[in-house]
Design a protein around this ligand. Structure first.
Ligand code: A3P
Length: 337
């Protein structure tokens, strides 16, 4: 009896094994994924599932091939040169803009500032070094990096043009005097951390001898946006340059992000859900999914020192004509005094 039962069980097992094997052979082979050039409307959640950017250093080993619905995509992730760069302005809200754009499933950010085009030593390392600093991404995704010093560094527009003359450039600006004070505050904090003293903003921004605005002070020069922008326009047509209002990005980020999505020719995928106001921080923070939220680091949104009202007034008068020029060039008006 035992022998009969045993052989029956063995027979059934063999039948099942061959049956499953033949079913397996009947399955269609994995179709080639044909998403190159398109932007698949994947959910933000699924982007979180990708082993990209944030989760690895830029030059780490590539992630495994992407699976979707059990199918293996044949196009591997690779390090791609950026198709868009946030070129500045320092303290304009460059980090917030990069992080918020990174909410989009078709955008992959370089987490670190790369400083390839503004640093001669890095530039001499060549384009493959630069590519090696980029995160892994799929062909339908846009890599974006931000290095705020690009905006004010003379050599940069030509160097970027030589890499890719049709690249998309983003510039985020804030009211020039506020930006200058923010710039000062960052440097002041650095000095304090090293137990060093630093002069007051008023002493740096105004020339004590002439009582004129000190145009040699870098924080002042950086805020003369029109002058820097003109240099970029020697190389790039205005259509390739998009200006983001950094003050609006603070107060109500979504409309600014929508217009960047349009500029980058991406479908609108960043929504109200992805941004929530955090009263403790006093800023909008990012929501990637039900479980993954983040606010920017504490170094963003510092308390500025009080600045003498007469100096603020002097600076605003000084920037006024440059601002008018900036509005004229960009075709966009800002609520600056
Ligand atoms: P302050 O520190 O002067 O407030 P950058 O990233 O270019 O250095 O810009 C820093 C500025 O980004 C901060 O300047 C802050 O005001 C602004 N910012 C814009 N959106 C922000 C956000 N959601 N969270 C924190 N800071 C934000």
């Amino acid at each position: 009896k035992l022998v009969v039962l045993g052989s029956l069980a063995l027979g059934s097992l063999l039948y099942l094994v061959t049956r499953v094997g033949s079913l397996d052979r009947l399955q269609p082979t994995c179709p080639l994924d044909d998403t190159a050039g398109q932007i698949p409307l994947r959910s933000l959640q699924s982007k979180r599932g990708l082993p990209l950017h944030d989760l690895r250093p830029a030059n780490a080993t590539p992630p495994p091939r992407q699976h979707r619905g059990g199918r293996l995509l044949r196009t591997p992730a690779r390090q791609q040169l950026p198709r868009a760069i946030i070129v500045g302005v320092r303290k304009g809200g460059t980090r917030a803009l990069l992080e918020m754009l990174n909410l989009h499933p078709a955008v992959v950010k370089a987490s670190q500032e790369v400083h390839f085009f503004d640093n001669d030593q890095n530039y001499a390392r060549g384009i493959d070094w630069y590519r090696g600093k980029m995160p892994f991404s799929f062909p339908h995704q846009i890599t974006i990096e931000k290095s705020p010093a690009y905006f004010i560094t003379e050599e940069v527009p030509e160097r970027i043009f030589k890499m890719n003359s049709s690249i998309k450039l983003l510039v985020i600006v804030r009211e020039p005097t506020t930006r200058a004070v923010s710039d000062y505050t960052q440097v002041l904090e650095g000095k304090e951390r090293k137990n060093k003293t630093y002069r007051r903003f008023e002493e740096l921004a105004v020339d004590g001898a002439t009582c004129e605005v000190n145009t040699k002070y870098k924080a002042v020069r950086t805020s003369i946006y029109a002058k820097h922008l003109e240099r970029w326009l020697h190389f790039f047509p205005a259509e390739q340059l998009h200006v983001v209002d950094g003050d609006r990005l603070i107060a109500d980020p979504l409309p600014e992000l929508r217009s960047v999505e349009r500029f980058l020719e991406l479908p609108a995928r960043i929504g109200r859900y992805n941004l929530y106001f955090n009263a403790t921080r006093g800023f909008y923070c990012l929501r990637f999914s039900v479980v993954f939220n983040k606010c920017l680091a504490g170094s963003k949104g510092r308390t500025h020192p009080d600045v003498d009202a007469s100096v603020v007034d002097k600076l605003r008068r000084f920037f006024h004509p440059f601002n008018q020029k900036f509005y004229q060039i960009t075709g966009r008006t800002f609520d600056w005094p």
